[in-house]
Design a binder for this molecule. Structure first.
Ligand SMILES: [Zn+2]
Length: 177
């Protein structure tokens, strides 16, 4: 299966799931194109606490993707925090899940500078796949994203053009800009 290249660790698989939610069974023609962008090295990401910024080289355009992630809860962080500096294993993932704190990334904001405001444009999908790849290579990146930023008020650093992902109203997608 083509998907085997992405998400072979439990930590990376979560990011594949963001692109391919289990509840979606219809083939999405954007997915193979997004995978090709990620595989072809067309995606560059900057990862910070609770934030990802991606630049996707797509034809003649280079849209910028911004993603914000809810930090892990305290119990899950303290469970993996002590050991995770060396390696983040599938066992740690399971241990968190068994404690009731699955370390699944929950997105709070998704934005892309391209005209597609759905939050699932090909560039966002490409960043999800790229993250899966990078996290497979080094699962500690998953923790970098899920770690709360210390002390800074995130609401001040969020550019205003960002749209709250949960607040998206399909009726307004094409009238906002
Ligand atoms: Zn886009």
């Amino acid at each position: 299966m083509a998907d085997d290249d992405f998400g072979y660790t439990t930590w990376g698989r979560d990011w594949v799931r963001l692109a391919q939610p289990l509840r979606v069974t219809r083939p999405d023609p954007r997915l193979p194109r997004a995978r090709a962008l990620a595989k072809g090295g067309k995606v560059e990401v900057t990862i910070g606490a609770g934030k990802i910024r991606g630049t996707v080289e797509h034809g003649r355009t280079t849209p910028e993707v911004s993603i914000e992630v809810t930090p892990l809860s305290g119990p899950a962080l303290s469970l993996i925090g002590t050991q995770a500096r060396t390696v983040l294993t599938d066992e740690m993932y399971r241990a968190c899940t068994e404690l009731g704190h699955p370390p699944v990334p929950k997105l709070t904001r998704v934005d892309c500078t391209c005209p597609d405001n759905s939050g699932r444009c090909i560039h966002v999908l490409a960043v999800f796949y790229d993250m899966a790849q990078r996290i497979d290579d080094d699962p500690r990146l998953a923790l970098d994203v899920l770690t709360p930023s210390d002390g800074t008020d995130q609401s001040e650093t969020i550019p205003q053009r960002w749209t709250a992902f949960d607040a998206l109203d399909p009726a307004e997608y094409f009238t906002v800009r």
